[in-house]
Design a binder for this molecule. Structure first.
Ligand code: FES
Length: 133
C-alpha cells in the first residue's frame, strides 16, 4: 500500500466512523436518565451558580439551569445522539462531540440529532430545588 492508498483508506474509515456516530435520523441512540428524584440546595456553595441567571449545575446525569435568579429548569445532561455530556452556555446547550445544539427549553436547534432533551419536573421550596421525572 502506497502513501496515497493509505491516506485514502484512512479518510474513508474516518468518514465511516463519523457517519455511524451521526446517523441519528430517528431520534437518538442514548436514553435520558429515568426515575430521577433528587434535590439541589441553593445554600450549598457547589450550587452557587444557580443563584444567577444562566448558571447551571450538573448532578445525577441531569443539568439544572437558572432561567432567572429564582426560576429553574432541568434536562438530561447526556446528548441524545451518542451520550456525550452537553454544555450549557447561559442561553442554550451545545454537544461538544458532533455539535448538536438545543435552546434553553431543551428543543433541538441544529446538529445531527432529531431529538429534544428530556425535560424534568422542577419544584422550588425555599432554597431547595427538587428535580423529578
Ligand atoms: S454525541 Fe453527537 S451531537 Fe452529541
Amino acid at each position: 500500500m502506497n502513501r496515497k492508498q493509505f491516506l485514502s483508506t484512512g479518510a474513508l474509515a474516518t468518514l465511516a466512523v463519523c457517519l455511524g456516530a451521526c446517523k441519528d435520523d430517528e431520534g437518538g441512540n442514548t436514553s435520558a436518565p429515568s426515575g430521577v428524584n433528587f434535590t439541589v440546595d441553593l445554600n450549598d456553595a457547589a450550587n452557587a451558580s444557580l443563584k444567577s441567571t444562566g448558571g447551571s449545575v450538573t448532578k445525577n446525569g441531569v443539568v439544572v439551569i437558572a432561567l432567572t435568579s429564582s426560576t429553574y429548569a432541568a434536562f438530561q445532561a447526556n446528548c441524545p445522539l451518542a451520550g456525550t455530556t452537553i454544555n450549557y452556555n447561559g442561553t442554550g446547550f451545545r454537544c461538544p462531540n458532533h455539535g448538536a445544539t438545543f435552546d434553553s427549553s431543551g428543543n433541538r436547534t441544529s446538529g445531527p440529532t432529531n431529538s429534544n432533551l428530556k425535560r424534568y419536573t422542577v419544584a422550588v421550596a425555599g432554597n431547595i430545588i427538587t428535580i423529578t421525572g
